[in-house]
Design a protein around this ligand. Structure first.
Ligand SMILES: Cc1cc2nc3c(=O)[nH]c(=O)nc-3n(C[C@H](O)[C@H](O)[C@H](O)COP(=O)(O)OP(=O)(O)OC[C@H]3O[C@@H](n4cnc5c(N)ncnc54)[C@H](O)[C@@H]3O)c2cc1C
Length: 408
């Protein structure tokens, strides 16, 4: 219910390698097959208009990228689009659906995205490769035959580094774990809440970065129908909203039929709208999604019923507090690096701990390996050699059975 796409799936991508290792079913997707309709009259846009809107959006973002290198003071991407006279050009509802797609990638709106730190090949690295994206079909079964669905763990609420440099992790159920080194993979959203108290406190630099780097909300709604009422070659449906402020509200819907071979639609809510979606009942979410689909497919949906509904509530999940990190307005140079910097015996990993490909599983894996190597070096060092070395792996699990890289 979180990540499902492998970005840049070439043979050297560690996610692809893991995928092969565990023999997980994947399917290649492409981003053809867009059906874009107008909300007010259900009229589909023709292919030329859709392409023109996509080009307009890319041109607008290129202009912002160009501006970013000259900026002394950071501004939001929204302000930057206005400064380069592009916002007016993309204000039409169709272009706004492409803007919604960009915002889905970053997990927040252009009002909060930093212009100065947005780029660095990030979009190219994700969007540039999307034609060859692959998708996980099922929950993976681990090599020992167990499933990745663990019962909810107690969660930690304290990490104490003692004078002798040993670390005590305090869990909510009263259990303590001791170790010589710990890799902290807590999501940035959790670090922001101070739910887990570090004693002594983390460095000022890291605390500043935790505050400044953004952590957005993207929620998914997955609907399985009793029958498929959309064409096989329609992979994405987008409803161009009259009200641009609602562009992130389940207005992009993807068919997962080519992947799961069932009539499944997945749709998304982003940022503030994503957070608000968590207060809605299943019935209310269904109504919104069905109204989008009715706009696109008219009465052909009348005989379809929803047989399964799954939803996420990432903002309210106390083990996540959001979805993934992004460069928020106010971020400073070196903030991503600071998030990943080791403070021995504490080491840090997770999607948010490097400036490259943040917000992805790829980044979580790469930083996990980086931290594991650093721990190894640390434990082999003179300081650690004098003590009886141990390190621990605590399954870090939330209510959905998601599990992280390991420690804490
Ligand atoms: C809706 C959505 C769609 C996404 N789509 C994609 C995609 O298509 N492709 C892609 O590459 N990435 C995608 N991502 C991002 C990707 O899922 C994350 O970047 C990645 O999972 C982050 O891994 P992590 O190990 O840093 O954090 P997590 O996977 O969040 O792991 C952190 C772990 O810490 C645990 N934890 C939290 N607090 C505590 C505590 N107090 N005590 C103990 N344990 C705790 C959590 O339960 C969790 O298991 C998506 C994310 C979302 C939400």
């Amino acid at each position: 219910m979180g990540a499902s796409f492998i970005h840049g799936p070439d043979v050297n991508n560690p996610v692809v390698k893991l995928n092969h290792q565990f023999n997980l079913p994947i399917a290649d997707t492409d981003y053809t097959g867009w059906l874009a309709v107008r909300e007010n009259d259900s009229v589909p846009y023709n292919e030329t208009s859709v392409e023109a809107a996509a080009v307009k959006m890319n041109t607008a973002f290129k202009a912002v990228e160009h501006l970013s290198s000259d900026l002394e003071k950071d501004i939001s991407v929204h302000s930057a689009l206005r400064q380069v006279n592009q916002y007016q050009l993309i204000e039409d509802p169709l272009s706004q659906t492409f803007l919604a797609e960009h915002e889905f990638f970053f997990g927040d709106t252009v009002d909060t995205l930093s212009t100065k730190y947005l780029y660095d090949g990030y979009l190219e690295s994700l969007l540039g490769n999307r034609r060859a994206i692959s998708v996980l079909k099922d929950r993976p079964e681990l090599s020992d035959g167990s499933s990745s669905t663990y019962p909810p763990g107690p969660g930690s609420h304290g990490v104490d580094v003692q004078e002798d440099k040993r670390v005590v992790i305090k869990c909510r159920n009263g259990q303590n774990y001791e170790a010589d080194a710990v890799i902290v993979t807590l999501p940035l959203g959790v670090l922001k809440t101070n739910d887990v108290k570090f004693t002594p406190g983390l460095s000022t630099k890291k605390k500043g970065a935790i505050k400044r780097v953004g952590f957005g909300t993207v929620n998914k709604l997955v609907l399985e129908f009793n029958q498929q009422f959309w064409p096989n070659d329609t992979h994405h449906i987008t409803v161009a909203k009259r009200d641009n402020a609602e562009r992130g509200k389940f207005s992009i819907l993807s068919s997962f039929q080519p992947i799961v071979h069932k009539p499944v639609i997945v749709t998304y809510a982003v940022s503030q709208i994503g957070e608000e979606s968590e207060t809605l009942s299943d019935a209310e979410l269904k109504d919104i999604a069905l109204s989008r689909l009715r706009t696109a497919f008219g009465t052909s949906i009348d005989n379809a019923t929803i047989v399964n509904l799954s939803r996420t509530n990432w903002k309210n999940d106390r083990f996540s507090r959001g979805s993934y990190s992004f460069p928020a307005l106010g971020i400073k140079a070196g903030d991503w690096e600071a998030l990943g910097e080791a403070e021995p015996p504490l080491f840090f990993a997770g999607e948010h701990t490097q400036a490259k490909q943040y917000g992805t599983v790829l980044s979580a894996i790469e930083t996990g390996r980086r931290a594991a190597a650093a721990v190894e070096t640390y434990l082999k060092s003179d300081i650690a050699a004098s003590v009886n070395v141990s390190y621990i792996l605590i399954p870090a699990v939330n209510q959905d059975g998601r599990f992280g890289l390991g420690l804490i």
